[in-house]
Design a protein around this ligand. Structure first.
Ligand SMILES: [Zn+2]
Length: 159
């Protein structure tokens, strides 16, 4: 697939120092469209959808908000901490107003894994199927999200 002008612009906005100090693309030198394609294939292979993954990330965020910046137990075997940060960021795809800046940490106590993500990660995945470039500190590989958040194919929620 070829990179459109919109995708090229989004990739420029993802460089370090444009929206955030570290940017969203890390040390990944591929075209954004290739990054999107590869992660979309992984998601498909797992029988999941971007929307389903983002939905689960949002559920953990909502459950964790009750902890008021501390880890709280989320049944059956998770610990979640949501750190709220003031302010917002614009999305590099230029489709939205400001995205909030919370940090979400989820620990899975059953399989001993954990992942950190942000409101921007949820937005990126739900709206753009973007999991960030390799080497980005906030890259959230779909296979890791599926493992930590225990996201499984559920025929009832497939669209
Ligand atoms: Zn966006």
């Amino acid at each position: 697939m070829k990179q459109s002008p919109e995708i090229k612009k989004a990739q420029d906005n993802m460089q370090p120092g444009v929206i955030t100090v570290q940017g969203f693309i890390g040390t990944d030198h591929r075209d954004l469209i290739e990054i999107l394609d590869e992660d979309a294939n992984t998601v498909k292979k797992f029988g999941l959808t971007h929307r389903q993954i983002a939905g689960k990330m949002r559920e953990f965020k909502e459950a964790g908000l009750k902890g008021l910046d501390e880890f709280i137990h989320v049944p059956p075997h998770f610990e979640v901490r949501v750190s709220t940060v003031r302010g917002g960021l614009r999305c590099p795809f230029e489709d939205h107003g400001m995205i909030p800046k919370s940090n979400i940490q989820v620990k899975n106590l059953k399989n001993n894994t954990s992942i950190d993500y942000t409101d921007m990660s949820i937005h990126f995945i739900g709206q753009h199927g973007f999991y960030q470039g390799k080497g980005s500190p906030y890259r959230t590989p779909p296979e890791k999200l599926a493992e930590v958040l225990e996201i499984h194919t559920d025929p009832d929620t497939q669209q």
